[in-house]
Write a protein that binds this ligand. Structure first.
Ligand SMILES: [Zn+2]
Length: 126
């Protein structure tokens, strides 16, 4: 399953981030998914709940934001939004365009929180 391997890689990445912040766990994960990435957000969400089990992201909430498709026109050089089956320049109607965004799968932001019951007295609260 495509989405599961993506999530396993994502959890590995989150483990790496959490490892740099001792005493913290992953609370919120923000992903940007392009419509052309081939990833189904709902499946990714389901796969994430499987992949995160027992990891530092066990209690994390996954937020998926679907980014828009942007193309750059090879004729007039302008950028414009496009749809998956209509990648044309909205300025001059040219079909010769290149994709600027829309096929990405990006880890946009991760929020960490302290473990609720750490049993440590070293943490200071302001
Ligand atoms: Zn154009």
């Amino acid at each position: 399953m495509h989405e599961l391997s993506i999530c396993q890689a994502l959890v590995d990445q989150l483990e790496g981030i959490a490892a740099q912040h001792p005493g913290k766990q992953v609370a919120e994960v923000y992903l940007g998914i392009g419509p052309l990435s081939g990833v189904v957000p709902q499946l990714l969400n389901d796969a994430f709940s499987v992949a995160r089990a027992g990891s530092c992201a066990d209690a994390a909430t996954l937020h998926i934001h679907e980014s828009e498709i942007i193309v750059r026109c090879l004729s007039c050089g302008k950028q414009s939004p496009a749809t998956a089956n209509r990648l044309l320049c909205s300025h001059c109607g040219e079909w010769q365009t290149e994709l600027v965004s829309g096929d990405e799968l990006l880890l946009e932001r991760v929020e960490l929180e302290a473990f609720e019951q750490s049993g440590e007295s070293s943490q200071k609260y302001h």
